[in-house]
Design a protein around this ligand. Structure first.
Ligand SMILES: [Zn+2]
Length: 306
């Protein structure tokens, strides 16, 4: 919406003055959370496109010509990395042929390289399949990871656009202050959820669980990327009847049927959590993303609470 109105304003200005100032740094974000973070740290100095929206599985999208053009025109590329975009980003980088955003350049930022990655398989362990072979890439579900990436992003913006370096430093400082306060507020609010047992559709939530002290007891996919099979769901049904979990969660783009079937069979509630900015009507920025996530967890697992 904002991009569209900016285009309209630019077009009107173009008619009037034949010129329209572009933002100083063009950012290509692979996922909405990194686009939102670029907005927090870059403000009006950056213009951002996101390759995926919250209703798309970032493991699988098409390398469309419009995305190739966006990569070609970008000064900075920010993605989760750890293989999350392996099915489409290499092609975009090759076809976009933009030296500024190739690996080892300051314009190439793989967020998961700057946080403690979880579920890194050992050489002999194939339990995570090929999809999470470099560890779990879904790092944005822990806001502390977003705070770590914010620092790296500010450094990169300062390198790429030194003229605006003081502005990036100021925005980072303001963000860090507000974000740190928000994290402790979320932790306080979610303290009563510690130790609750959850079932996940895809292994999308390990960072959230680790942050809030939740326990992942099963996944509907037998391995990441393997759709839930009847045999696997029946096995889970037996397990959950013997040892019930508190909630079954999924991302908005995942098929609700398997979790709803289990809910019907076991009475364990299920819910879609926003997963990223835009994954729920109320999750409109990074702050509301976690507000909504914790609100849904509480509503579903502590329904008697005020
Ligand atoms: Zn995944």
């Amino acid at each position: 919406m904002a991009t569209r109105s900016l285009v309209r304003v630019c077009f009107t200005l173009f008619l009037l003055t034949t010129a329209c100032a572009r933002a100083d740094v063009q950012v290509f974000a692979c996922e909405p959370e990194w686009a939102a973070l670029a907005g927090e740290i870059g403000g009006d100095k950056v213009e951002t496109v996101s390759a995926t929206n919250a209703l798309q599985d970032p493991h699988y999208i098409q390398a469309r010509p419009s995305l190739i053009a966006a990569v070609r025109n970008s000064d900075l590329l920010i993605c989760s990395g750890s293989g999350l975009e392996v099915g489409w980003l290499p092609l975009l980088l090759r076809k976009g042929n933009n030296p500024k955003v190739q690996p080892w350049q300051p314009g190439y930022l793989m967020a998961s390289e700057f946080v403690k990655r979880l579920e890194i398989p050992t050489a002999l362990d194939r339990s995570q399949g090929d999809m999470h072979a470099q560890g779990n890439p879904h790092i944005q579900t822990d806001p502390r990871n977003i705070g770590l990436v914010a620092r790296v992003l500010a450094e990169r913006l300062q390198k790429i656009d030194p003229a605006n370096a003081p502005a990036y430093a100021r925005r980072l400082a303001a963000f860090e202050e507000k974000w740190t306060a928000a994290i402790s507020r979320w932790q306080d609010r979610a303290a009563s959820l510690r130790g609750k047992q959850l079932v996940v559709h895809h292994k999308s939530w390990i960072y959230l669980m680790n942050w809030l002290g939740l326990v992942e007891v099963a996944a509907l996919e037998s391995k990441p990327g393997i759709p839930p099979s009847a045999a696997h769901l029946n096995e889970l049904l037996v397990r959950l009847k013997a040892d019930p979990a508190a909630l079954i969660i999924r991302a908005p783009y995942q098929d609700p049927q398997p979790s709803e079937w289990l809910t019907k069979q076991t009475g364990i509630p299920s819910a879609a959590l926003p997963f990223t900015v835009g994954g729920d009507d109320d999750a409109t920025d990074l702050y509301s993303l976690f507000d909504v996530t914790i609100r849904i967890l509480q509503e579903k697992m502590e329904p008697a609470r005020d």
